[in-house]
Design a protein around this ligand. Structure first.
Ligand code: NAD
Length: 289
């Protein structure tokens, strides 16, 4: 299949390479020359504009920083430029409203499109083990699925347009809440005289058990290997967690949802990020307790 790929950064670079490995012909575009050079090394054909990359493409995949960029790229260079009948897959993490707006514009022009944000970081993008949560019509989902399967281990239909983004931000809001709670509990346990490993041994088989504790423990040397064992390097950057929490707070406002715990977690991550910790893994929040 001939696939245009727009946005070859930390995530998109590896995803485009996996499409090539799966036998697809990939036409790549990015504003960064370094990203384009790396894509070329990985077997992509490179283009000087998104519109040119879209010529003759049967599918267009994008992995871009935010909703404003996704909207401008699709309106200027994809809709009306890609052949009639092409299917569009936006894998960026963006706000639900913009995802629905861009899909609406694509559909009005006769295209099918899904929002397909991912769970999993750069290692999963490189290794082809991302999880995709997909919003869009059944027909758009069926066409997008084989393309996504070449880049991931799981592809889940979340419902109509925008529901992929809704699943992503609700999941990440919950992740921030249980990470903050896990940090809090370990810090207090220690102040009360409990050894962290002993607290882990008890809580990980009791009702406080959760993913932040048993798969991603914020305390170094406790639980399976995680970024806390590597000075909080790698993993899921605080700045990216904050991006998702801001999107979650926007969605809470627009849907009139009460999110007192999510709002508190967002405030904690705003402060932590503002103190110069944006590049550290989000589990480093434990240092603030
Ligand atoms: P990145 O900044 O590394 O890559 C984005 C790329 O888009 C850059 O190479 C940039 O040059 C390019 N770009 C920007 N504007 C463009 C335009 N108008 N036309 C073409 N290219 C353009 O970001 P990333 O880490 O790859 O993240 C991409 C998306 O994936 C974001 O929405 C992010 O929230 C999401 N995400 C990232 C991670 C992660 O761990 N990095 C995990 C899950 C989801």
């Amino acid at each position: 299949m001939k696939i245009a790929f727009i946005g070859l950064g930390n995530m998109g670079g590896g995803m485009a390479a996996n499409l090539v490995k799966a036998g697809h012909e990939v036409n790549a575009f990015d504003l960064s020359e370094d990203a384009l050079a790396a894509a070329k090394d990985n077997g992509c054909a490179t283009f000087i504009s998104a519109a040119e990359a879209c010529e003759g493409a049967e599918a267009v995949v994008s992995m871009l920083p935010n909703g404003a960029i996704v909207k401008s790229v699709y309106s200027a260079d994809v809709i009306g430029k890609a052949p009639a009948g092409a299917v569009f897959l936006d894998c960026s993490t963006i706000d639900v409203a913009t995802a629905r707006e861009v899909i609406g514009a694509a559909e009005s022009a006769g295209y099918e499109m899904v929002d397909a944000p991912v769970s999993g970081g750069i290692a999963a993008a490189n290794g082809g083990t991302l999880t995709f949560m997909v919003g869009g019509s059944q027909s758009a989902f069926s066409r997008a699925k084989p393309v996504l399967e070449a880049m991931g281990k799981a592809v889940i239909h979340a419902g109509d347009a925008g529901n992929g983004q809704a699943a992503k931000i609700c999941n990440n809001m919950l992740l921030a809440i249980h990470m903050a709670g896990t940090c809090e509990a370990f810090a207090m346990a220690e102040k009360l005289g409990l050894d962290p490993q002993t607290f882990y041994d008890i809580s990980s088989v009791s009702s406080g058990q959760n993913w932040s504790m048993t798969s991603y423990c914020p305390v170094p040397g406790v639980g399976p290997q995680s970024p806390s064992d590597n000075e909080y390097q790698g993993g899921f950057a605080t700045a990216l967690m904050l991006k998702d929490l801001r999107l979650a707070m926007e969605a809470a406002d627009s849907s009139d949802s009460a999110v007192p715990m999510g709002a508190r977690a967002a405030a904690l991550y705003e402060d932590f990020n503002g103190a110069g910790n944006g590049g550290k893994d989000f589990s480093a929040l434990i240092k603030t307790y």
